[in-house]
Structure formats: C-alpha cells, structure tokens
Design a protein around this ligand. Structure first.
Ligand code: MUC
Ligand code: MG
Length: 379
C-alpha cells in the first residue's frame, strides 16, 4: 500500500545541438514535461511526456500534457493505492480519455517508484521481464543539408556511436528527396543501414514512386510514407513495394495495432511508449506485432533521458528487435538532465541496471532549464 504525498509537474526546455529538420517542423530545442511523484514513505518516481514541434506532430503539446496531469490525473492518484500500478492506471483510464502522452509520463513515474520499492529495474516489471542489457541505436541525419548529413554520419561511424541512420524526408519533391537519400547511401551505405521517415507527408501516388526509387538507391526501410489513418493505402503500398513499410504515426496503442496488423498495413511496427499510451500498452502493441509475424523497431519521440530510459526498459523485454532502436534523444540535446548520463558505446545504449528507471535527475540542470523559472520557450 502506498499513497501519494506530493507531486511536481514542470516543463524543461533544452536546446538541440543543431537544427533538426522534419517534414512538419524544424526543432531548435526540445520541451520535456517531467512529472515527479513522491509517496508517503519518501520514495520518488519520475516520468516524461514529450512530443515534437509543439502541436505539429501529435494531438498533445508539452503544455497540455502538464495540464492533463495536474488537473485530471493527479486527483485520481490522490485516492489510489499507487503501489498497484496497473490498477491505478485503470482508474486513470476510466476518468481521462485520450491524453496518452500524459498517461505515459504518469505510468512511468509509478513504475519507477514500484521498481525502487521492490529493488528491481522497471524492465523486470514489464511483460516477461528483461532479456537484454544493450540496445542498438540509430541516429537521425536531419540537418537539412546532404553534405553536412554525410559528414555527421562519418563522424558517428568513426566514433562507433551509430551505424544505422534514419533520414527525415518528405519536405522536398520526391525526386529531390531520393537524390539526397541516394547520395547518403552511396557515401555511407556499405558501412551502415540507411532508412527514411516521411512523417506522413506523401500521397499514395508519391509513395508508390518514392518507395520504388528508394529501394533502387539502397534504402532499407520506409517509415510512415503516407497518413497514418490511411490503412487501406498503407496495405496496398506494403504489398506492392519491395522496400519494407514501417508504421509509426498509425500506431496509437493496441487497438490501432490490431487493426493495422489485421489489414496487413505494414511489415514493421515502430514502438513508442508515449504514442502507445504507456509502457504496458507498448508491450501489448509489441505482442500484437509478434503474433502477426511483423518486425519490431524501438522508436522515439525524441524524449530526453527519462523517457529514453523508460523506452529502453520496455524494449529490453522484447525477444526480437530486428530493426534496432532510435533511442538517441538525449544526444540531440546540448545538455542531459541526469546526474549520471545514459551510456552510449559500440553503437548501442546500455539499459540502466539500478532499481526503477535507474536514473536520477541533476537538480542544478533542472533548476536551470525549468520553464517556470527561466520563462524560456525556445523554438
Ligand atoms: C519520428 O517520427 O519517428 C524519431 C527520430 C527523429 O528524428 O524524429 C522522431 C520522430
Ligand atoms: Mg517516425
């Protein structure tokens, strides 16, 4: 039995190391909504709810995540036995529709506390428990400039940090985008896996042309080429194109996963803890993919270290993760907000081993970057 003693929810704005150019927004900073819960025995749990580009990516913003937690979710926690994470989140589900990113942040904090109480990492509390200690990590080349992307890719290979590269396309014409991808495949392709993410920006006709051309230049995977709710069109592309189609925005939890798998709308699923609505729901999406014979990839909403650690704990429970992960979010930021940074080496991220999430916030950095102290809104 545990009761909520106090809670703090705040937004942290950290600049990115370079502009990050996506089809729907260019990021100059990342805004992370952090929730910190403390129980009646002084055990603390932290969680993160993060999206990309304000409201340009999804239906929740950093501000709406904060307000959903403070106004609607915390009152449910105040009357719950928060040591029972599944039951507490079911009570939240009954009172709060949607708001998956906010729920994910809270569920993460509850699991962090539960792991600390039991003395085990969060990965031992999900599915069948932890199966791996490191995860392969991709890097996204998205400076907006081909030569700069190639130089960045070379530097990542030299440092043995990444050998999987995802290119963000969909902003320019299909032919210009394919020329950009082709140049990078030619420069790095024999030493790396090159994939693209269109972030829903093509029509079906553009995708048909683009996917065929991308296959010819050596691209190995095409992520969410068209609108995520265009399931029938995704199925047509998936069955007609040789390059595998990976679903990202189409996946908003187990129900959408089942619908998409049943319609054969993709051959790979990108798992995301926030988009799925939490860590437990992500494991359910993975189970549906596995049962349908689909490949798995550990996706990111470019979370900072807390959300990245939470994602890593879920992905560490998966038997197969054929396409690796892209848990590089903290590396895109100028500062990591942990007392001890996450460990990246040999093309992989080490899954934290301590109880709970196994990470601790750096209080000085939090004080420095918290929006309610600095007033910062960096875009
Ligand atoms: C997305 O759509 O996958 C992941 C990597 C990156 O650069 O952006 C994200 C979001
Ligand atoms: Mg994506």
């Amino acid at each position: 039995m545990a009761a909520l003693d106090r809670a703090d929810t705040f937004i942290v704005d950290v600049p990115t190391i370079r502009p990050h150019v996506l089809a729907m927004a260019t990021m100059h900073s990342q805004a992370m909504t952090i929730v910190r819960l403390v129980d009646d025995e002084g055990i603390e749990g932290i969680g993160e709810g993060t999206t990309i580009g304000g409201l340009s990516y999804g239906e929740e913003s950093p501000e709406s995540i904060q307000s959903a937690i403070e106004t609607y979710i915390l009152p449910v926690l105040e009357t719950s036995d928060i040591s029972r994470v599944g039951e507490t989140m079911a009570r939240v589900e009954a009172c709060v529709r949607g708001n998956r990113f906010a729920k994910c942040a809270v569920e993460t904090a509850l699991l962090d506390m539960a792991g600390k109480r039991l003395g085990v990492p969060v990965s031992e509390l999900i599915g069948g428990g932890r199966r791996r200690d490191t995860l392969p990590v991709a890097w996204t080349l998205a400076s907006g400039d081909t030569a700069r992307d190639i130089a960045e890719g070379e530097a990542m290979l030299d440092a043995r940090r990444h050998r999987i590269f995802k290119l963000k396309i969909g902003k320019r014409s299909v032919r210009d985008d394919v020329a950009h991808v082709g140049a990078i495949c030619k420069a790095l392709g024999s030493r790396a896996s090159i994939r693209v993410d269109v972030n829903q920006n093509w029509s079906e006709a553009q995708a048909r042309l683009g996917m065929a051309m991308l296959h010819d230049v050596g691209c190995e995977l095409v992520e969410q080429p068209i609108a995520g709710d265009a399931v029938a069109a995704m199925a047509r592309l998936s069955s007609s194109q040789p390059v595998p189609l990976m679903a990202d925005e189409a996946l908003t939890g187990p129900r959408s996963a089942l619908a998409l798998a049943s319609a054969a709308g993709a051959s790979v699923f990108a798992l995301k803890i926030a988009q799925s609505g939490g860590l437990f729901a992500t494991a359910e999406v993975a189970a549906i993919a596995r049962a349908a014979g689909l490949g798995l990839y550990g996706g990111t909403m470019l979370e900072g270290a807390v959300g990245t650690a939470a994602s890593a704990h879920v992905f560490a429970t998966l038997e197969k993760l054929e396409w690796g992960t892209e848990l590089f979010g903290p590396l895109l930021q100028t500062d990591e907000i942990l007392a001890e940074p996450l460990k990246y080496a040999d093309f992989a991220l080490a899954v934290p081993t301590g109880p709970g999430l196994g990470v601790t916030l750096d209080e000085d950095k939090i004080a420095y970057f918290r929006r309610d102290r600095t007033g910062a809104r960096l875009h």
